[in-house]
Design a protein around this ligand. Sequence first.
Ligand code: 13P
Length: 256
Amino acid sequence: MTRKDLIVGNWKMNASHLEAIQMVQKLSYRLDHGDYDRVEVVVAPPFTSLRSVQTVIEADRLRIVLGAQNAHWEESGAFTGEVSAPMLAKLSVRHVIVGHSERRQGLGETDEMVARKARAIVEAGMNPIVCVGETLEQREGGEAENVVVSQVIGSLARLGPEAVASSSVAYEPIWAIGTGRTALPDDAGTMAGVIRETVSNKVSTEAAESVRLLYGGSVNAANIKDFMAKGDVDGALVGGASLDPDSFAAIVRYWV
Ligand code: 13P
């Protein structure tokens, strides 16, 4: 089973739709067909840029794939400020990030909420990217693996084996996000192995073979290769460095 590399730029709350158009165009100039054959390249801008970026991708027939950063679990209704999975699917969004630590910690998102969102995303025909990761305190207390295993089980709880197979799980240790401090590639590789084993035990061996596991946390052009060298790491979820098309393109072309 070969899993295609998946490299996702999580733009977080950055860039207007006009800037987003320029960023995507610049990124496309720096990538060629060989790169896309090897790596699924995803950008996840804020909701306000999705339609503009979709239009550029379609007009210029780019092979960049559109992602989103969140979705509500209900299809529609009285949920002021929320965006539903079917709305995103209509914009040709293929991957949706759920359970990012910035939402778990800052906005009280629980495993149960993440599980409901992941299910809604699958029902709308898209793939969830489920984020998990421990705090520094939990790592120093020797709790990292327990915390991550419990997040993986709780967050995937509402998906069947086929849905898990086409999903991704991003291991993002909270202390490595935006800090310039990364996990050691060995630790990221070990945690990816733990996540794959958890999926194998709790979902199915087939799902474990297919689910793509990403590392996230201060990934840049200089360190990406060390993470990608780990057998269970299939890609990366990139924050800050994805905002600069030159550095994001260099991350995508990690083998060069
Ligand atoms: P940084 O790459 O800026 O550390 O962010 C990582 C992240 O949170 C991606 O989702």
